[in-house]
Design a protein around this ligand. Sequence first.
Ligand SMILES: [Zn+2]
Length: 167
Amino acid sequence: MNRRMLLIAFTLLIAGCKGNFEEKENASKKDAKREKTFPVTKTEEEWRKELTDIEFYVLRKAATENPFSSDLLDNKQEGIYVCAGCSTPLFRSEHKFDSGTGWPSFDREIEGNVAYDVDYKIGYKRTEEHCATCGGHLGHVFNDGPISTTGKRHCINGVALNFIPKE
Ligand SMILES: [Zn+2]
């Protein structure tokens, strides 16, 4: 972790404390609202404890891992890719393809387990995707995937996933 990351971590910690204080004031109201949104709901503090730094920034802060940094990028084993936050199965190995982008890519998700949103973070409209169970950010979906199958490219942060080999 470099100095800048530490600074961000520190800032988030402060923000986290503030958030908790406010939450106590009307906890029941907020909890009810969050439960309705995602079946698995945790406070920022709880996620920080459970996840590694990079997992936290990607899943909970929608950061993007560096391309070609994921161990799962070249993984060709048969199995299932699950959410690194809550273990919900998200993608299957048979739908993984080499997109050349440096991020693990799939032509489809496990239906119902991934939810979508729209973001304009880098100046144009993109379809953001996240775990439908815990809301963890996974990546984005684009329409330049393999035309022989779905035409979709789910561009996923490897750090948001854990791989469970078949058997
Ligand atoms: Zn999840």
